[in-house]
Ligand binder design. Structure first.
Ligand code: ZN
Length: 181
């Protein structure tokens, strides 16, 4: 294996669960086995997938000002950009929904046989390579940070809260379907 920082090449050493392998030139951690790491990654990936699905179609933010309440899901947020900004809507969807979700599905696909001590999945290597290549393009946390900054800025002007609240469109009203209740 090659050190990801300085490219020094090593033959892979045996590392037990309470040891760590460091690069002796730049001290980057090369191998740090953790018990049940695969299971934890799969559990977290599955949880994040469920949350992505929830935040995509259900309102994740509601704003109330002057008696008017409005809530928005990620889909509604993305499709708020129309006309000349359509490309922005597609980019928002790609970077904060589709690419993170694809990455998580690939990780689960690669790790599931590993934790069950089965043979590697058929396309495990290209799938893991692709999951790693997609990492810089999964920007859900940047979106969350942007939302947090907007929340702080808006807090003086309006009543802002996470999630859906009574009085605005119900949580099952998606951008394509708004029932009257
Ligand atoms: Zn190194």
């Amino acid at each position: 294996m090659a050190c990801p920082k300085c490219d020094f090449v090593y033959s892979v050493p045996e590392v037990t669960s309470n040891e760590r392998a460091y690069c002796h030139r730049c001290h980057t951690v090369l191998i740090a086995p953790r018990r049940k790491a695969g299971k934890q990654i799969i559990a977290l990936a599955a949880s994040v997938l469920i949350l992505i699905a929830g935040a995509t179609v259900y309102p994740f933010l509601s704003i109330s000002v002057g008696g008017q309440t409005h809530s928005a899901s990620i889909l509604e947020t993305a499709f708020a950009f129309s006309g000349a900004l359509t490309a922005l809507a597609v980019a928002v969807l790609m970077f904060i929904v589709i690419i993170p979700a694809v990455r998580l599905v690939l990780l689960i696909y690669v790790l599931l046989p590993v934790i069950r001590d089965l043979a590697l999945a058929r396309y495990a290597k290209p799938a893991f390579r692709m999951a790693e290549a997609l990492t810089p393009w999964a920007m859900a946390e940047i979106f969350a940070l942007g939302c947090a900054v907007a929340l702080v800025k808006l807090a003086d002007l309006a009543d802002v809260a996470f999630g859906w609240r009574p009085g605005c469109s119900p949580p099952w009203s998606f951008w394509w379907f708004s029932p009257k209740v």
